[in-house]
Ligand binder design. Structure first.
Ligand SMILES: Nc1ncnc2c1ncn2[C@@H]1O[C@H](COP(=O)(O)OP(=O)(O)OP(=O)(O)O)[C@@H](O)[C@H]1O
Ligand SMILES: [Mg+2]
Length: 270
């Protein structure tokens, strides 16, 4: 599978703690169950890595801190083969105790190389990626990114996403965050690949479809709250993604959307 053929899917939170990293993992698992070869990349390179959330932080394998010198032609397949796995999905994450401050270009070069080693690249994006509002986007076939700095690199990756899922808890402040995120994304045209993922609970009874109207994004899926998740994560067991669990269902639903190829960009709004 050549890098030009890899689908790039981003997941981003409308507010802090929205559940974006958890959903990115569930989506990667859903894609794997659908017969795809996903690869999960956590772009919070400076720590608090997704490998802790997944309970794989004790596993051997490269982290962002080991890739400080990775510039130019990175061997994506060799790198992917060394990465720790969660549910058979290779995962690139920050190191739990060794946060990485990376040189300009490393993030895009590494993601570009990894796109050559999978058929769906799932990016767990920091919210600052939208705030940077870069134009252009990264070309993952060449590794070229517009702009400078970590935020610009992340923003460039946002621009490279074929689909971008905005995870939004069904609460007013999060909905306000989603409206702002869409406004930021609109500046670079990235809103056209955005879809809403509404996350329950809805303590004030906000309706996901009404929220979808307010935010101005098509509703891709509603994720239920799994009350067993926190304890599992705290025990190092990772989020539950079995077929009957809320995240398992959401991962399969979104995975099916991605594999069906029905996520064409929505027309630009004048
Ligand atoms: N569907 C869910 N059911 C139960 N708990 C959840 C669910 N989604 C997320 N959580 C919990 O919410 C918290 C935040 O989740 P997560 O780290 O995925 O969010 P995030 O948007 O990536 O946060 P950050 O802004 O720190 O990147 C975690 O404690 C996680 O266990
Ligand atoms: Mg996160």
């Amino acid at each position: 599978m050549g890098r030009e053929e890899a689908v790039v899917v981003g997941v981003i939170g409308a507010c802090g703690g929205a559940g974006a990293s958890t959903l990115a993992a569930a989506l990667a698992d859903g894609l794997r169950r659908a017969g795809r070869r996903p690869l999960l990349v956590d772009l919070a390179t400076r720590g608090g890595g997704i490998d802790v959330l997944l309970g794989i932080d004790h596993r051997e394998g490269p982290r962002w801190a080991d890739l400080r010198d990775a510039r130019g032609e990175v061997d994506g397949r060799a790198l992917a083969g060394l990465l720790p796995t969660w549910c058979a999905v290779p995962v690139l994450s920050a190191h739990r105790t060794d946060p990485a401050v990376l040189d300009q270009g490393v993030v895009v070069d590494v993601c570009s190389a990894l796109a050559d080693a999978c058929d769906v690249l799932v990016l767990d994006l920091p919210r600052a990626a939208l705030a940077a509002g870069a134009g252009g986007g990264a070309d993952l076939s060449t590794g070229a990114a517009a702009g400078a700095g970590a935020d610009a690199e992340h923003a460039a990756l946002v621009g490279a996403c074929d689909a971008l899922f905005l995870v939004t808890p069904l609460e007013l402040p999060a909905v306000a965050g989603a409206v702002a995120a869409v406004a930021l994304a609109r500046r670079s045209g990235a809103d056209r690949s955005m879809r809403l993922v509404a996350r329950r609970p809805a303590p004030g009874r906000l309706d996901p479809w009404e929220v979808s109207d307010v935010v101005g994004l098509p509703l891709a899926c509603v994720v239920g709250w799994d009350r067993t998740l926190a304890a599992r994560v705290d025990r190092g067991q990772g989020p539950p993604v079995g077929a009957r669990r809320p995240l398992g269902r959401a991962g399969r639903e979104l995975g099916a959307l991605v594999t069906a190829g029905t996520l064409a960009r929505t027309p630009a709004v004048a």
